[in-house]
Design a protein around this ligand. Structure first.
Ligand SMILES: Cc1ncc(C[n+]2csc(CCO)c2C)c(N)n1
Length: 222
């Protein structure tokens, strides 16, 4: 008892590092990622974001308190009003039009990850759902930290992915990440070892699906 969010990453250390330090992330940090791989990722990420907005709507449905309902509402608004708009504009900069986005076929890695999160939230409770969402929100925050701490990282105009890195290192995004970790710390404090083992499985599954999503980008898999 007395668990914290960091106990989840510690319990899945190998998978967690494989997500944070994936070759796709290294390519973003060094500016060496093939542009076609990035475009493939961006397109699938559009579909990913739509399903993640649905996951925040599910979090609203699963909420028992006004605070949790507000938090789910904020998450849904952040994706719909902010992230998806930014994403569509960003895709345009990379030569992907809104019409292209509307017609995208969904890759298997996108389906697997997003439907896993939605199913975990459906069959479980709000904590299951948040743990399934954590490799996304907390993971991308840690990725920004990791990118910034690496000597090989290239920043500024010399890196074509500068805007992507800047988004996830932004104070606004990092504040959302810290709030999520604090929420998870508060909920994990009281879980039993058996429940923690269940949640570890969810966290590991979702982390491995993040790894598959990066790999899908590198392989341009459909
Ligand atoms: C595969 C994949 N995983 C995580 C993110 C980042 N992200 C998407 S929604 C969200 C939470 C709401 O702000 C975050 C952090 C991404 N874009 N694509």
């Amino acid at each position: 008892m007395g668990y914290r969010f960091s106990d989840l990453t510690a319990a899945c250390q190998d998978d967690w590092r494989a997500h944070i330090e994936h070759d796709f992330v290294r390519g973003l940090a060094e500016g060496t990622l093939e542009e076609g791989a990035f475009r493939h990722y961006l397109k699938q990420d559009y579909l990913f974001l739509i399903h993640f907005a649905r996951a925040y709507a599910l979090a609203a449905y699963k909420s028992r308190t006004l605070d949790d309902l507000r938090q789910a509402h904020e998450g849904l608004k952040a994706i719909v009003d902010l992230e998806l708009g930014l994403h569509v504009g960003y895709c345009r900069d990379w030569g992907i039009s809104e019409a292209d986005l509307a017609e995208l076929p969904e890759a298997r890695a996108t389906m697997a990850y997003t439907r896993y999160v939605l199913d975990t939230g459906n069959r479980g409770d709000l904590l299951d759902l948040h743990v399934a969402l954590a490799p996304c929100l907390v993971g991308y925050g840690e990725i920004a930290d990791w990118i910034n701490a690496r000597p090989g990282t290239v920043r500024g105009d010399a890196n074509p992915f500068e805007a992507w890195i800047a988004m996830y290192e932004s104070e606004e995004f990092q504040a959302a990440r810290r709030a999520e970790e604090a929420w998870l710390d508060a909920r994990l404090k009281d879980v039993t070892p058996a429940r923690f083992a269940e949640l570890t499985q969810v966290f590991r599954d979702a982390t491995r699906l993040e790894i598959d999503f990066w790999q899908m980008g590198l392989d341009r898999a459909d």
